[in-house]
Design a protein around this ligand. Structure first.
Ligand code: SF4
Ligand code: SF4
Length: 309
């Protein structure tokens, strides 16, 4: 190991330890929503990142730190009702910073990773576009590009949390690069889309091409999602399965269930993921090749045919 690589590994380990310490403190906080026996384990697989990505990693680390340390800036007695004017202003602000879609849901312990916790159940879910060129084409700096997007979205999340605090609300930023929750499931609960077999959120706006982040807040009168119009997607996934067959590492496995909808499971140790320049399960997904409406039309046509035969 070179001297520089050694320093990089030492720094990364220190950061991970620091984050764990901050998470433990949060876990002890009275009133926090904790994981339960049904919660998933968070698997962290160490990835090789090029040295040129180090400045971006430093920035991600600083912003993760900020998301924890700034919790002390939450108002002592936070407000819990937001006016529709202020919510509109918040959403406009978010869109002007590059956020694509916004959804609201109440978090449940089942989607909080084991041994983690969040401060409030009221959740704002935000998505940001992954550039289509970065998904469809091969180029040298795909890894750095992906980390930069995590960094950008982490900064936006912190800025929006600061905005809520200035307006008297309690808020906690969940950095997109780590987070205490399974983001695709959270976004599904917020009605933004549905989780495909590739384990990615599929939305009408961007198909599978987005990063997800969240804010937990004291605001309890948000327009929480009550139904999800995208529940047809798993049935389409059942007929498709392209992400499974195209994955070069056989990292996605289909699990047969007792009903007609099959589940899928990703093996994190096998998956190279965006930060190792693999976007195949995203690029090959029909929702990336065609718009949402066209895929839905095709699905309805096939469905109709099979029902009448
Ligand atoms: S990112 Fe690549 S390796 Fe991972 S599941 Fe998708 S296609 Fe497979
Ligand atoms: S490639 Fe097919 S099976 Fe995989 S997520 Fe996309 S639609 Fe679903």
């Amino acid at each position: 190991m070179s001297f520089i690589s050694g320093l990089k590994a030492e720094y990364t380990q220190k950061r991970i330890n620091k984050i764990k310490e901050l998470e433990v403190n949060l876990n002890k906080q009275e009133g926090s929503i904790k994981s339960n026996n049904f919660s998933p384990n968070m698997v962290v697989v160490e990835k090789k990142t090029p040295l040129r990505a180090f400045p971006t990693m430093l920035s991600i680390g600083r912003n993760i730190d900020y998301s924890f340390k700034s919790l002390k800036n939450n108002p002592k007695i936070p407000q819990n009702k937001i006016s529709s004017e202020l919510l509109n202003e918040f959403e406009e602000n978010a869109h002007s910073l590059g956020i694509m879609s916004i959804g609201y849901t109440k978090i449940t312990p089942e989607i909080i990773f084991k041994d983690k916790s969040v401060l409030y159940e009221n959740t704002i879910v935000l998505t940001k576009e992954i550039d289509k060129n970065a998904v469809d084409n091969e180029f040298n700096d795909k890894t750095v590009n992906d980390l930069k997007l995590y960094d950008e979205l982490g900064k936006i999340t912190n800025r929006l949390v600061d905005y809520l605090r200035i307006n008297g609300f309690g808020a906690q930023a969940s950095h997109p690069a780590i987070g205490s929750v399974t983001y695709p499931a959270l976004a599904q609960y917020a009605g933004l889309g549905w989780k495909g077999k590739n384990n990615l959120l599929i939305t009408p706006e961007l198909g599978p091409r987005q990063k997800i982040t969240a804010i937990f807040t004291s605001i309890d009168n948000l327009p929480f999602n009550k139904n999800n119009q995208h529940s047809w997607i798993p049935k389409y996934c059942n007929m498709c399965g392209k992400c499974i067959t195209k994955c070069p590492e056989q990292a996605i496995k289909e699990i047969k269930t007792n009903n007609e909808i099959y589940k899928s499971k990703i093996t994190p140790e096998l998956c190279r993921g965006c930060n190792e320049s693999c976007t195949i399960c995203m690029s090959e997904c029909p929702f990336n090749k065609q718009d949402y409406g066209s895929v839905k039309k095709r699905f309805e046509k096939i469905n109709k045919k099979s029902l009448s035969s």
